[in-house]
Design a protein. Structure first.
Ligand code: NAD
Ligand code: DAU
Length: 358
């Protein structure tokens, strides 16, 4: 079986959906169910012996040890993290605790478990650490895309803690021989994405007739990957990745934020037109994110060459699916937009609007 951390969140949740499309191998999910975790995302699969959800902290070492010894997983997939850059700017403490200290605790318990394994079980065990392209820092418009040998240069508290966790994973392979795999992926989008991130925030604000807050000049670039393509990359790296290696995962979809937002607006104009005007009328430029990375871009040559993975969705096909999903899933959306969510929106956007056209 697989032990998966953070699978009540966006990518881990999509991974569980993806996993059970082609496998009946059982899964145990360890998730703290923070504001970003939502049991509803994987509720359809929850059944003893098939998919079990244990609410707990990756930093609870006794719990992690118990789960490893009770279930004897052939792999641990580590998605759990504090993941939102803006929140890390407001309060980095939780990021250090979960992403760095939590990952350290997890590694220690995996070391204890793996050391006691023998033969084939020991050789075939994998710890797959899900990380981000943000560890490489920011690119100019003309810099080449990130490769696996690009020096780390994290700029936000979030990316600094992810970089630290990557280094710990690397060290546990190098020093203790733990068969680790690390993936560094670009920006994901798709179903079950918590609406504090750019794409779901824009879709839901637009549908509510609220301002669409674009940071700075809107020309920052991200490399967008449909979440199911990321999940398939993780599945393939788990099966075919070489222990100790890292793999960059990206969609070859470099797009400026303002173009992402206008694409969403036009899609909504077609699928659910406003009574008056266009959705683009709601675009509002706001104060920039402090330390805002200008551009991310992934060179996925290594995963293409060694693993044979390729993305299947273009941005056009992926955003169509994503917008339709948000139009059709009111219940999930209502569930995640709780009081705590409204409080975050007030903290982050309450007084920031500089008005359209700036
Ligand atoms: P998310 O914020 O949607 O989900 C994180 C999940 O982790 C939630 O279910 C949350 O409850 C859980 N969690 C948080 N702290 C925990 C703790 N201490 N113990 C146990 N569970 C805890 O994040 P996501 O977007 O699904 O990202 C998943 C992973 O992928 C993260 O490691 C992130 O750094 C990485 N990543 C994300 C993206 C992206 O675009 N979203 C891209 C590349 C890599
Ligand atoms: O690159 C991978 C990373 O992508 C992951 O590691 C992170 O977990 C994930 O959150 C994401 O980070 P970003 O900071 O790139 O994503 P976010 O959706 O927060 O922002 C995308 C871009 O849109 C970024 O340039 C900031 C901008 N933005 C974001 C928000 C929330 C806006 O212009 N307005 C907004 O309201």
């Amino acid at each position: 079986m697989l032990l998966i951390t953070g699978a009540a969140g966006f990518i881990g949740g999509n991974f569980v959906h993806h996993w059970f499309e082609s496998s009946s191998e059982p899964v145990v999910v360890l998730d703290k169910l923070t504001y970003a975790g939502n049991a509803a995302t994987i509720a359809a699969f929850l059944k003893p012996g098939h998919c079990e959800l244990v609410q707990g902290d990756i930093g609870d070492r006794a719990l992690v040890a118990r789960l490893l010894n009770e279930h004897a997983p052939r792999a641990l997939l580590h998605f759990a993290a504090e993941s939102h850059v803006d929140r890390s700017i407001h309060g980095p403490g939780e990021f250090v605790q979960t992403n760095l200290v939590g990952t350290f605790g997890l590694l220690e318990e995996v070391r204890a478990y793996w050391t006691e394994l023998s033969g084939e079980k020991r050789d075939s065990f994998r710890l797959l650490h899900v990380s981000t392209d943000e560890v490489y820092g920011s690119l100019s418009d003309t810099d080449p895309a990130f490769t696996e040998t690009t020096p780390y240069s994290p700029n936000s508290p979030y990316s600094a803690t992810k970089a630290g966790s990557d280094h710990l994973v690397r060290a546990y392979h190098h020093t203790y021989g733990i068969p680790t795999l690390t993936t560094n992926c670009s920006n994901n989008y798709g179903p079950y994405h918590f609406p504090e991130k750019l794409i779901p925030l824009m879709i839901l604000n637009a549908l509510d007739g609220k301002p669409l807050p674009v940071y700075g000049d809107g020309k920052n670039i991200r490399d967008w990957l449909y979440v199911r393509d990321h999940c398939e990359a993780i599945r393939q790296v788990l099966e075919r990745g070489r222990p100790g290696e890292t793999y960059n995962v990206g969609g070859k979809n470099e797009i400026r934020n303002i173009d992402v937002v206008t694409t969403i607006c036009r899609k909504l104009d077609a699928l659910r037109p406003r009574a008056t005007g266009k959705y683009e009328d709601l675009i509002t430029y706001v104060t920039d994110r402090p330390g805002h990375d200008r551009r991310y871009a992934i060179d996925p040559s290594k995963i293409e060459r060694e693993i044979g993975w390729q993305p299947t969705e273009t941005f056009a096909s992926g955003i169509e699916k994503t917008v339709r999903w948000y139009l059709e899933n009111d219940e999930w959306i209502a569930g995640v937009r709780s009081g705590a969510y409204r409080q975050w929106i007030q903290t982050q956007y309450g007084h920031e609007s500089r008005g359209p056209g700036v």
